[in-house]
Design a protein around this ligand. Structure first.
Ligand SMILES: [Zn+2]
Ligand SMILES: [Zn+2]
Length: 257
């Protein structure tokens, strides 16, 4: 059995935990050490229960707490060479932390969980996202991607659960107060997915086995949960209430597949 939960999701910090048996991995840690420990506790976990931390890319909402948590609790960090290089250049890689470099499309085992990184277009040095499997069920996590690609859709087809970025609503973004350069960055091909693009991506997947679909990384300025839910429910042909939403403060509670 694979179960997963979010400690929080959005531009102020992302962190998801997945568990199979006694193996528990974080995908990203964009919250500070105290907040990560507090929110793990909310899910009934301690940092010492974790096996490893997977980082998707160097943007601080995904990486800010990763090395601090790893250093404080003796955890290994998994990330691409490009992400590591970018974090080293910022001086945010703690000495003494065990580091494992991952490569897009090369799966590897972490005890009871198989991890498959896949490459995505986003404005970072070498960003990846991850599909996790316990050998039976598969969970895919996709945030921080400017446009969908055939490769991404292939990587996410046939999943049992999907956590999918719904970053912004186009009208709210373009009618909002962000400076033009930032709107263009977010809306560009190396930025983020809006609700309609996320729905289109979901609609292109083999969805037959999907038991959980959760909208994530919602902008607090440029999106609303009801808009993201409506878009994803449209692609699934399901009730809006069936779609989950990950929030900045609460993430979402444990779900099982
Ligand atoms: Zn992000
Ligand atoms: Zn990013």
């Amino acid at each position: 059995m694979l179960r997963f939960a979010s400690l929080g999701s959005g531009s102020k910090g992302n962190c998801l935990v997945a568990e199979s048996g006694s193996t528990r991995v974080l995908i990203d840690c964009g919250l500070n050490l105290r907040e990560t420990e507090r929110r793990l506790g909310r899910l009934g976990l301690k940092p010492s229960d974790l096996t490893a931390i997977l980082v998707t890319h160097e943007h601080s909402d995904h990486s800010a707490g990763a090395f601090g948590l790893a250093a404080a609790h003796g955890l290994a960090v998994y990330l691409t060479h490009g992400t590591l290089t970018a974090l080293q250049a910022e001086g945010t890689v703690n000495q003494g932390v065990r580091i494992h470099e991952v490569r897009g499309e090369e799966a590897f085992p972490l005890q009871e969980i198989e991890v498959r990184p896949f490459t995505v277009p986003h404005d970072a040095r070498e960003p990846v996202q991850y599909v996790l499997s316990d050998g039976n069920a598969r969970l895919g996590v996709l945030t921080d991607i400017g446009i969908s690609t055939p490769h991404v859709e292939n990587s996410l087809s046939g999943l049992d659960a999907l956590v999918l970025e719904c970053n912004y609503d186009r009208d709210l973004l373009w009618g909002g107060t962000y400076p033009r350069w930032l709107k263009e960055r977010i809306g560009g091909p190396f930025g983020h997915l809006d609700n309609l693009d996320s729905a289109r991506l979901l609609g292109a997947l083999d969805r037959a086995k999907l038991k959980h679909v959760i909208g994530a990384h919602l902008s607090q300025q440029n999106n609303r949960p009801d808009l993201a839910c409506a878009a994803l429910a449209g692609a699934m042909g399901c009730e809006e209430s069936w779609i989950g939403i990950a929030t900045q403060n609460d993430g979402f509670a444990w779900r099982e597949i």
